[in-house]
Design a protein. Structure first.
Length: 100
């Protein structure tokens, strides 16, 4: 009978170890998935912060367009617009290569 009790304890220990191994093996993919989600969340937070800065810049520019006529004139000049009484002179460098 001593051998049967010893065998029962050994079988119980082996089954316990097997159950623990199966639980750990089943947990590893879930942990990797969790890590992937955490990494993606960090990327999205970084992207959100950049977009919030961009939005803030656009709001500042919008406010300047609405309230600062000098800014509007400067931007208009930068994109090539002129006022009715202005004259535009364009100079071309003949020595520059036309392949540029």
């Amino acid at each position: 009978m001593i051998g049967l009790q010893h065998l029962t304890k050994m079988m119980t220990a082996m089954i316990t170890v097997l159950v623990i191994c199966v639980a750990v093996i089943g947990f590893i993919p879930q942990f990797r998935k969790y890590q992937d989600h955490e990494n993606r969340l960090a990327e999205l937070r970084t992207e959100k912060a950049k977009e919030e800065l961009r939005l803030q810049d656009l709001r500042v520019r919008q406010d300047r367009f609405q309230n600062d006529p000098d800014y509007v004139r400067r931007v208009a000049h930068e994109i090539g617009l002129v006022e009715p009484d202005e004259m535009v002179f364009r100079f071309y460098d003949e020595h520059r290569s036309s392949k540029r």
